[in-house]
Ligand binder design. Sequence first.
Ligand code: SAM
Length: 571
Amino acid sequence: MTMPTNTLRHLPATHLWLHRLNKLQKLHSSASLSPSPFTQDPQQQRQQERTQKTQQTRLSNSDKNIKNDIVESIGVNNNSNSFFPKRGQTLELVCESLAFKGKGVCKVPDTGFVLMCDRALPGERFIGRVTRRKGSYAEVTKVKTLSPHLDIVDAPCEYAAYCGGCKTQNLVYEAQLKAKEQQVHGLVVNVGKFSDKDPEFYSIMKPIVPCDFQFHYRNKMEFSFGPQKWLPKELIGEKQEGSESYALGLHAPGFFDKVLNVDGCLLQSEPANTVLATVQDCWRDSVGLTPYNVYSHAGFLKHLMLRTGRNAESGSLELMVNFVTSSYKPELLKPLMEKISAIPEVVSIMNNVNSSVGNTSVGEEEYTLYGKSTITEVLRGLTFQISANSFFQTNTHQAEVLYKLIEDCAGLRGDGSEIVLDLFCGTGTIGLTLARGAKHVYGYEVVPQAISDAFRNAELNGITNATFVQGDLNKIGENFGNNFPKPDVVISDPNRPGMHMKLIKFLLKLKAPRIVYVSCNPATCARDLDYLCHGVKEQNIKGCYKLKSLQPVDMFPHTPHIECVCLLELC
Ligand SMILES: C[S@@+](CC[C@H](N)C(=O)[O-])C[C@H]1O[C@@H](n2cnc3c(N)ncnc32)[C@H](O)[C@@H]1O
């Protein structure tokens, strides 16, 4: 768990406003943070509330239930009679732990009512203002730190306090790991209903696997263009005009329309930072390169996506630069391309054209402007070709660790006699790494492009015993399972909502000897483990699996994300 010294290098505070901000923060010695780091005019505030309302109504019932379960996982059953937080009320609070989205958990003394606070760290004492009540808990905004957490460190990134990416850069890494481990423990006990009084519990729950590299670990970053730089409240007076106010950077936390201009990101590779700095240097001076406006839908540049891979033969880094634009006008990108293609690691410049009013980065059309259309990456000895929109694990180094754990849990005999079912297979990476020791791998995935990538990856690596099928695992019918033999091992790697009840029922009926459940959301993971092991009482369904091990893995230091690899064996 060492941090390479070069990763601690501070980005130079290139902007006057950042210099001033750093100074201001030092003066206030982290004791005086404004309720919101970003200014909001009333119209913006209303827009934010409307967006959040829409997002809330989109939450499915199961999402709502799991949120309540998560609050329970903090160890409190909030009784609404015990405490009615009023909007605007200020309270002195102590942050106890971190919960979903990295929010700090605090409890009202005496009643134990749960309050969640963004960017509050475990052990920190602060004054919080109640912003809204959300079902069984309320949200507070930090007004002033009274005493900081003991494990506080200087965040190496100058944008850390404002950017939506990193939430805990100012917490020493060991404390980040401890907080993540505690979060998983709470969820497994309270949502998963596994007792930590059981003598076996601590041999099942493994300590979290740290990430060797806490910076420069991301192989893919997406930056957005915007017509206005989003400034912290303290520095709003320094607003710039004209093209100088155009932004290229990361979204302010929770805002799809506000872009914090950044010159570099400590989570991506050094060559990717060189590309970003090169684009920042010249895009505002180039004629016709206007940023896309998410309200008026005018403008050309939508996103800049940077992917870092490795040349399979030489092992050297190679970079793909992908411009997402609202129309196809390659002549406008020419001046940028000339500068970027001179960077030795850049082997591919792509243009995804997305003319829809939505702000997604996948284009209806894709053009290769320079070099090749894919880059390669090596994982567990296999070579993968990655196109601009392919899904690939975003931390390659830690994916090696994760996939080794998955292989160990799968426990294939290696004699080529066993069948593997790889659910939510993406581009087939897990299944393909297991195919060497299996008789046949069957992968299921909803995205058609990922399925064609999986077939191409199989071919590239000379793997002939893998079949990939496109289909929605939330909509499986009675016939699902008729097209493949009974598996010896099921790998299930769903995205954040976890597994649909239809799939849980299918697995309980299928009764494969082993299930390796890989999860990027410990809350839905704990819920699904409960269903598979203890059953679903309301539906009179019995569980038939025993949890043998649960291994949290830190794939994304400084962010709230936690990955878990769980091994279940048929009782
Ligand atoms: C966490 S990723 C795992 C990808 C892959 N196992 C890997 O390690 O690279 C989850 C995958 O599930 C797919 N997915 C999401 N919902 C799905 C559904 N309802 N049916 C099938 N696949 C789905 C996503 O497209 C994504 O590729």
